[in-house]
Design a protein around this ligand. Structure first.
Ligand code: ADP
Ligand code: MG
Length: 593
């Protein structure tokens, strides 16, 4: 109890009233985020303009939402607050959040206004009384012109994701919309970045705004680690599939530069048996809602999206953001990687680049003030091992279906001659052979960098070790652990790759014997630690094989068991969806929504 009170006090200390505090408790917020801590007291105390800069995922919605709700007079039906946001998805997301925040305030109504849905329905909702209107600029203009909404009496105007609204060319719309609002209102501008256009709008529409900045401008979330993979442009799509296959529990947003690439990559993934979907501006409102719903429900594991469509979308527990291509404007990378690592969770942002783009990684590093780790596209062998252990651990965790009990005697009869070990082998062979056959001849997708391949990384051995994240390791701590038990220097250890229940690492081949000897009988907290030479160990120095690395592989697993894999995904179409065409990449902005 004491604890709960002290949490409550943190929000109460900001000056928030009882109704909101109750809602905050329901939502499970414990401590205010930095932007909330800075913005809320100011906004509650005075009617001022404000410019607040904070990276994505830092809780900006509540930073303006809480004080706005406190200030609204819910006994009056007049529209008092207007929130402009760049996309329909965001508009709905903000509306939902505000409804949550205000659920203990009877009579307070928040209505969302956005294109692609019935304007008369929205007008009806407004007519019933909406103290807060959340709108996209286009539909807002439309409704003002048709006199379906009256914003001439608002006291608060919030520009959320201002940088993105301006990016999308909404400057004129904002200008017109604001011309219908009273002079003496307060304007609150929230943005992740502060490009020139945003300061222009601040100068133009605001009076001596209070400025607050959280963290470094343009810095990404600190829970996100950044990785890049260098491949030949034509291997982009095949590389994407490898990254997905090497992370069986992936729940990701994949960013492409254009609507066309977005659609194509999604279609190819679907054709190859992945649970994927596209999100971009050419889809109807209904289609987009459906996609977002399936993504939130985890029916979609890989959401392929344009920057604009995915902007600000807040879905919990996204494990990976994959940059299928780097964005044209480097600043956009912050928004992309901000889709993961939210609410204190950790996440990975991966970038697939061609050799000619590697230098761009440096520019991104300067902006996010964090460094990237160069990683290797996993080999087929490695992916097979990952999937195999994933399957084993899923089987271990599976709940037993007692429907089969009555068939058990006859099943036992069929299988009685086999030992447990044989049964396991047979079971895995059924589940796994096609996967294995598919990947066994796959080639190395990593673009060969001449300098690096001469720098002594060949002549190393790759190992598999049966400890991983679940034992508390990350790549740094595992490297330290190996250094210590093997008594070798960090120079001799490379490519330490930690997965959930196991990992891989390389040592110089001269240490091979020592490694195997040390781990011959090694126990950690009573458990036997197993190290084996991974079969693809020699591949780095070797010539690239010309073998096919076809359609990609993804089991359409369902919680009720392991489905045999569909045929389609064995098709050899690895160059589909490649974004390598330079001409195509120079698309005009309208193709990015
Ligand atoms: P931003 O607009 O800055 O990108 P959001 O307002 O969308 O961020 O918030 C990101 C997520 O964090 C949301 O799921 C929100 O519910 C959650 N959140 C916001 N504030 C808090 C808090 N104080 N404690 C815990 N979670 C929070
Ligand atoms: Mg936001």
């Amino acid at each position: 109890m004491r604890l709960i009170f002290s949490y409550m006090n943190k929000f109460e200390a900001l000056g928030l009233g009882e109704a909101i505090i109750k809602a905050v408790n329901d939502m499970g917020f414990e401590t205010p985020s930095e932007v909330q801590e800075k913005a809320i007291p100011i906004l509650l105390k005075e009617d001022t303009d404000i410019v607040a800069l904070a990276q994505t995922g830092t809780g900006k919605t509540a930073a303006f939402g809480f004080p706005l709700i406190e200030k609204i007079d819910s006994s009056s039906r007049i529209t008092q607050g207007l929130i402009l946001s760049p996309t329909r998805e965001l508009c709905l997301q903000i509306t939902n959040e505000l409804k949550n925040y205000s659920k203990y305030i009877p009579g307070l109504h928040t209505v969302a206004i956005y294109g692609g849905a019935s304007i008369t329905d929205q007008a009806k909702q407004i007519k019933r009384g909406a103290q807060i209107v959340v709108a996209t600029p286009g539909r807002m203009q439309d409704m003002i012109n048709r006199k379906m909404v009256d914003i001439t009496n608002i006291s608060y105007c919030i520009l959320d994701e201002a940088d993105e609204m301006l990016n999308m060319g909404f400057y004129e719309d904002i200008n017109t919309i604001l011309s219908h609002t009273p002079e003496d209102k307060s304007t609150w501008l929230f943005s992740a970045t502060m490009p020139k256009e945003v300061s222009t709008i601040a100068k133009r529409f605001m009076q001596t705004p209070v400025e607050i900045t959280v963290g470094h401008k343009n810095t990404g979330s600190k829970n996100v680690s950044h990785e890049y993979y260098v491949v030949n442009s034509r291997d982009r799509y095949a590389a994407l599939k490898r990254l997905a296959d090497a992370n069986p529990d992936i729940f990701s947003v994949i960013f492409c530069r254009t609507k066309r690439d977005t659609q194509k990559v999604a279609e190819n993934l679907i054709g190859d048996g992945y649970n994927a979907a596209a999100l971009h501006g050419d889809l109807s409102q209904n289609q987009r809602d459906l996609v977002m719903k399936s993504f939130r429900n985890r029916q979609i594991q890989m959401l392929v999206a344009t920057d604009v469509a995915a902007r600000g979308i807040d879905v919990d527990d996204v494990t990976h953001v994959i940059n299928y291509q780097l964005p044209d404007e480097i600043e956009t990378y912050t928004h992309r990687s901000g889709r993961t690592g939210r609410a204190g969770k950790s996440g990975v942002s991966m970038v697939i680049v061609s050799k000619s783009e590697v230098r761009k990684i440096k520019s991104v590093e300067r902006i996010i003030k964090k460094s990237f780790e160069k990683k290797e596209i996993p080999s087929g062998e490695e992916i097979c091992q990952v999937q195999l252990f994933h399957l084993a651990s899923d089987i271990g965790k599976a709940e037993i279906n007692h429907e089969i009990d009555s068939y058990l005697p006859s099943i036992n009869e069929v299988l009685e001659e086999f030992s447990k070990e044989e049964l396991i082998k047979k079971f895995f062979s059924v589940e796994f052979s096609r996967f294995h056959n598919y990947y066994k001849k796959s080639r190395d997708l990593n673009a060969v960098n001449e300098r690096e391949s001469n720098s002594g990384r060949d002549g190393s051995t790759r190992y598999f070790i049966n400890v991983g994240e679940k034992d508390g390791f990350d790549w740094m701590t595992l490297k330290d652990f190996l250094k210590e038990v093997l008594e070798i220097g960090s120079d001799s250890l490379s490519r330490v790759d930690v997965k959930e229940s196991f990992s891989f690492f390389n040592t110089n081949t001269e240490h091979q014997e020592r490694v195997l000897q040390v781990f011959e009988d090694f126990r950690m907290e009573g458990r036997k630690v197993n190290v084996e030479i991974s079969k693809d160990s020699g591949r780095r120095g070797g010539r690239r094989r010309r073998d096919n690395d076809g359609g990609g592989f993804k089991g359409k697993r369902r919680s009720d068991g392991f489905k045999p894999k569909g045929k389609k995904r064995f098709d050899s179409k690895e160059d589909r969806g490649s974004g390598g065409n330079q001409k195509r990449d120079r698309r005009k902005r309208s193709d990015r929504r």
